[in-house]
Design a protein around this ligand. Sequence first.
Ligand code: HEM
Length: 487
Amino acid sequence: MLSLRHLAVFAYAFPLNLRRLWNLVRWPKSAQPEQTVGSIDRRGRVSDPCLCRQLIEGKLTRGSNCNQLSLPQSMAIPNEGLRTVFGIDNAFTSHDPELVKAFVDAARGRIKMKPEEWSALTPMIVDVARRMIFDFNIDGMDGLRGPALSKEPGVPSFVKFNITSLVQVVSLRAILATVLKDEAKGSPSDLEILKLADQINKGWIQARKGTKDGTDILSFEHNEDLKTSLEAVFPHQAEYESNPLNILLPSFETMWRVVLRLLLELKFRTSRKNPEWAKVMISFCWNVNKERFQERRTPQVKLAKTKAVVVENSKSSQEKTPSAKDIVLEALRVYPPTRRIYRAYAWGDSQASCKLGSVDIDDMPSQLPFRIVAADIESCHLETDIWGTNAAVFDPTRWMNTTRAQIHAFMPFGYGVCECPAKAVFGPRMIGTLVGALLSALDDDECQWELWCTDDNMMNHLARKERLYLDRDAYDELEVIQVCSSS
Ligand code: HEM
């Protein structure tokens, strides 16, 4: 319990505000805010969950100095490279609060889906996935990963596909069929979809590099490859006022990366020890609704040939299988697509500057010097004080019994006023549907699927069963081979 003396000291040391008092009473010690000064590490990162929340909302103070930038400015400046590379003007890049609000409201409208729209999604994704796995051949396509299907002359044909390409194409198709259904009226081929995904990936890596180390950035206007791929997927884009990348980027870029990691976990890592987790996802994707998403089933055994009964009076009767939601949340915890949330801060301190790598900040009022700081979401999700010594292990069962500190530290969709509109329903549900449908497409009683890569380091990394890498291009060269008992 707090004594008056504690409160007095606290009030003396900090400019006491209601938020801090609330945090003090509500959260356990490990989650309480520290003194702001000195809590930003040498890389400009903050990893305490309370400070991360303040940082994300633009409220982090430096000594007694508050941020002189508005929240849209603070959010847009670190994303200036994305604006240059993709020509986007959206909630992430605009300094205009009106535009930000209108964009987020429109995004909310786009991700409201009817039950029948969810039901139509899984068969579509399974079809696309099977086509990609068994019929897709990009042999000879310069710069793209492949071939997806390999048939060597004189050797019995075997199926080999690139797993990153597969996940990117199905994720992009799902986003086009839902979030962008009004704009994506053409019927692009899988290859055109893959080329666009590839261009987005390259552009993203380029934008981050340019803003970090000053590498030159190719602007959208001069990037013919990106513009051609975009036109192939959105042939009618001239009819729309805004660049389709405005909404495609936030929805697709985060989605495919977490889907890939969850698929790798469930299909190739946990499948032997916990095969029921993959089954939960498959069952969910064929019946996408709130109840099925949250359902934790009690394991069943078959007594007679026909009759399934709940195991009674045994330990396993107490142990329920985690729900699809538990599994998705665990993927978002261990593999958050947004590892760090960046903000610009103008505190008037000596480390501030007016430049961001090779990118000019055009909309900056009176060239206020700023510095970029980051809320380290990945650290919050892996902190052993909060998540236990097995924090880096993918274990969905932990969601069946969470602490307040864990819920407080979990921020895959950001926090507060800039929190992602897809957090509550669309994001988690879409991840679950995509992963379930991909697992369905790979479900085969007669054949196994194995990971394969020419790089020994990658094979060793996978064999060690350590936490998967989070870099965008980490699994670009990773392939999956079908191994059938008859071959
Ligand atoms: C796996 C799925 C997703 C993840 C992990 C994710 C993550 C995030 C995060 C971390 C933020 C906060 C960014 C910041 O504070 O700087 C954010 C904001 C946002 N996200 Fe998502 N997102 C996902 C899917 C989507 C989808 C499908 C849409 C499409 C509508 C979307 C639209 C937005 C928008 C518009 C914002 C800005 C909100 C604001 O500024 O108020 N996101 N998202």
